[in-house]
Design a protein around this ligand. Structure first.
Ligand code: GTP
Ligand code: MG
Length: 148
């Protein structure tokens, strides 16, 4: 089934929100299929955010994302891309609903603690970029209780 790339940004790691964010995806019923802590280089982050090159905030975004380690993850399950984005909340945390990750833990668009792929196509690109070594295969025994 569908996979999405979810990343806890350096502010999320520094603020001790790693467990909280993972917990939300786990308890929702998604299957964790990849996870690592990475201190990404600016070059790598420029590839990840290539679509935003040219925006005024781009240099600041790269500096922020390279300022410390991130948690890179792949989650799999029903409608993972769209549902993942709903769980993160709007890009600008001031517009994110309470109950979303950004709506519960963030205030500023430049410090919005998490990333989620915005399409199935971009999810697959981001998974290849962040996990070139590939992904573990295993049976998620909970799945029969989560999906019909
Ligand atoms: P990501 O999940 O991180 O990709 O966020 P998004 O898909 O909701 O937004 P988008 O891809 O358009 O922007 C990527 C990131 O750039 C955002 O999450 C913000 O951290 C940052 N960003 C976007 N717009 C602005 C802006 O107007 N100002 C600043 N400072 N940062 C911005
Ligand atoms: Mg985006």
């Amino acid at each position: 089934s569908e996979r999405t790339y979810i990343m806890i940004k350096p502010d999320g790691v520094q603020r001790g929100l790693v467990g909280e964010i993972i917990k939300r995806f786990e308890t929702r019923g998604f299957k964790l299929i990849a996870l690592k802590l990475v201190h990404a280089t600016p070059e790598h982050l420029e590839k990840h955010y290539a679509d935003l090159k040219g925006k005024g905030f781009f240099p600041g975004l790269i500096k922020y994302m390279a300022s410390g380690p991130v948690v890179a993850m792949v989650w799999q399950g029903l409608d993972a891309v769209k549902t993942g984005r709903v769980m993160l909340g709007a890009t600008n945390p001031l517009a994110s609903s309470p109950g979303t990750i950004r709506g519960d833990y963030a205030l500023s668009v430049g410090r919005n603690i998490c990333h989620g792929s915005d399409s199935v196509e971009n999810a697959e690109k981001e998974i290849s970029l962040w996990f070139p070594e590939g992904i573990v295969q295993y049976t998620h025994n909970q799945a029969i209780w989560v999906f019909e």
